[in-house]
Design a protein around this ligand. Sequence first.
Ligand code: T3D
Length: 278
Amino acid sequence: MPVETPPTPPHAVEPEIVEHLDGGVTTITLNRPKALNSFTVTMLAALLAALERAANDTRVRCVVLTGAGRAFSAGQDLSDPAAAPDASPDAKPKDLGALITQSYRPVALRLRSMPVPTLAAVNGVAAGAGANLALGCDIVVAAQAASFIQAFSKIGLIPDTGGTWLLPRQVGRARALALAMLGDKLAAQDAERIGLIWRCVETAELPVAAMVLARQLAAMPSRALATTRAAIDQAVTMTFDQALAAEAAMQSTLGAAADYREGVRAFIDKRAPTFTDR
Ligand code: T3D
């Protein structure tokens, strides 16, 4: 269970993932700042475990994902033996597909199916899988100093960690292809302008702006928000009529739940609601 983070004792090994629960908001910090929070296999396992804990902890009503230091994440650690190609061309090539299936895919899926809303607070550069994990969150707020790079094409790969699915949905095919093929740095302000993210804020204001949003989300009906995510994601491949039917089915479930009763009662009573469903 996430707890108040105790101060790190001198000479202790820094955890690669730091969790901090406060007022219903769990902040998960990618914490390898010297390597721009690039991912290793062990770090991805720790991130998955942190997300799992947040999903199973009924005190948690919103998850914030952010990075320590000047980067959000530079994606895969290209010096990690699990991914780095061997120097010899005769060596058996690494199976990157297996790495993705075992380490990245479970994290991306867990993030996308959290029972509570997720918010990426992108503090600095987000490249490769780092960019796509951020973009996989429900709401993305970025510092002006931040940027997004589909760095994959520069090293002979395609966007992974959901990039091929997320990018065209968020910015359309033309922009998705240009971002993915060119691999150029997209400044946070431009990411906001083209609808890739929700908002770009002054760099110094990011922690407060993210926490204000996270607290707002934490006070809202979690189950309805998580169902909203699922409804919007699945509707993309449905006909209009199928989407209407899916909405009706979801509304049947939500309408029978405690949060709906509480929301309506609070509206009638002219008081703030207290939502509990998850
Ligand atoms: O295994 C697989 O490949 C399959 C999975 C793929 C998923 C992916 O994420 S593929 C994409 C991997 N990421 C990249 O290709 C990004 C590589 N990094 C960069 O392009 C740049 O570093 C940044 C644009 C992110 C930041 O640039 P800048 O100028 O601010 O910093 P820098 O000087 O390039 O980097 C600072 C240090 O971090 C530097 O180390 P040093 O010289 O101080 O000892 C650099 O080597 C290191 N670093 C940055 N990114 C990575 C990294 N080390 C390992 N892996 C990285 N991804």
